[in-house]
Design a protein around this ligand. Structure first.
Ligand code: GTP
Ligand code: MG
Length: 376
């Protein structure tokens, strides 16, 4: 017998100044994320508010309404399209618990962490996720403990309650430290690997870009590997390294593929994935893969640039690779060529292989083309 599909309520708090079409667009990416997670039957709610409510994020009236829906529609998960305060998430959880003791209340970070959890393959990425989850969930766990404490601690909520919270916090801190130590160990090994490759004289070209831009498809085309390509967000969660032989200069270079970026990627997750992203940050050349068929292309380019900056990557030696261009108008290509001249734009279709040869040729010539470039 197949399991019942999860029933999910997705809520976005949108300013009254934003029109409905825009508001719907905000929800689209969340819908793709839910789809990546495992899908389910999604009920979308757009709540108009100038600012999120400090206590419940969505406002108490709306929270009551959602609580009714949790009861009547047998909802499993309520997701906020926001990065919410853990006290706000906890407050909502408390309200909905009355109607479904198994209800879960997530924000955007929780949803991304659940997706990461599902896709993580290596010990390193699993630990990174565990640590991020501990950091994100921690305060909510204290909330839970505080409530239990109040129930058993008598008047004023002191005594047993306080001890419980302290114990909980200490346990949490210990667990977090253990996870961090394990991760630091793996990180050291990874760093040494990168150092060794450099000593041997390997140059690295790293593929970065927004999630679903076609990074892995390009990686496979360049290296002949067969890494998983999927039309979902965050299909890749680890870094892969492959080799590419450049016949003209008779040299082998390393190509790496990694996790994609996304708008409003919480800093917590960037920090958590620093070790995975290290490969890219240190690469000699960065290929920023852009889905040129995406109407939101410009916003996504900016998101990727901002995250790279946050990671401390110098924008120098970055090549813009416009992908999915098999149906792109020549005039649009021309426009992009002009607009992004400093980023040495190249147009490819990683899927059909169109333009990939040109890209390889470009690597061989990179020294001449990129100013001040000392590699290759
Ligand atoms: N039309 C078209 N689709 C492409 C092209 N390149 C990749 N795709 C499709 O885009 C989707 C995402 O491709 P991936 O290579 O997994 O993208 P990614 O950037 O690695 O994605 P994440 O790892 O999830 O961040 C897949 O359905 C690919 O088949 C292209 O040149 N043209
Ligand atoms: Mg990928």
């Amino acid at each position: 017998m197949s399991k019942r599909q999860k029933r999910i309520i997705l809520i976005d708090v949108v300013s009254p100044l934003v029109n409905l079409v825009e508001a719907e667009k905000f929800l689209m990416e969340m819908m793709s994320l839910i789809n990546t997670y495992r899908g389910g039957e999604v009920i979308k709610i757009i709540q108009r508010r100038a600012h999120p409510h400090p206590g419940t994020y969505i406002g108490s009236g709306k929270a009551e309404e959602v609580a009714e829906m949790v009861k009547n529609l047998k909802v499993d998960i309520v997701i906020l399209n926001a990065i919410a305060d853990s006290t706000q998430l906890y407050k909502l959880l408390q309200m909905f618990w009355l109607y479904n003791p198994n209800i879960e209340v997530w924000d955007r970070i929780d949803l991304i962490l659940h997706i990461f959890d599902k896709h993580a393959r290596t010990a390193e990425s699993k630990l990174q996720i565990e640590l991020a989850r501990m950091r994100h969930m921690g305060p909510r766990m204290y909330g839970l403990s505080e409530q239990l404490g109040r129930q058993t601690g008598g008047i004023g909520g002191r005594g047993v309650g306080e001890t419980n919270i302290e114990l909980m916090k200490r346990h949490w801190r210990d667990e977090m430290k253990k996870t961090k130590d394990k991760l630091d160990g793996l990180l050291k090994t990874h760093e040494n690997q990168i150092k060794r490759r450099r000593e041997i004289g390997f140059q690295t070209i790293s593929i970065v870009g927004y999630t679903n831009a076609g990074k892995t498809t390009l990686f496979n085309a360049l290296t002949g590997k067969k890494k998983r390509v999927e039309n979902v967000l965050f299909a890749t969660l680890e870094s892969y390294v492959g080799k590419l032989y450049l016949p003209n200069i008779k040299k082998e270079v390393l190509i790496s593929d990694t996790i994609g970026f996304i708008q409003n990627l919480p800093t917590l997750l960037i920090t958590a994935f620093k070790s995975t992203l290290m490969e890219s940050v240190h690469a000699e050349i960065l290929l920023h893969v852009i889905d040129a068929s995406d109407p939101d292309m410009y916003k996504k380019i900016e998101t990727v640039e901002n995250i790279l900056e946050e990671l401390g990557r110098d924008p120098k030696n970055t090549i813009y690779v416009f992908n999915k261009t098999e149906n792109l108008h020549e005039s649009f290509k021309k426009e992009l060529s002009e607009e992004f001249k400093p980023q040495h734009p190249i147009f490819i279709s990683a899927k059909t292989g169109e333009g990939v040869e040109k890209l390889i040729y470009f690597f061989q010539d990179a020294k001449k083309i990129i100013n001040n470039y000392s590699g290759l």
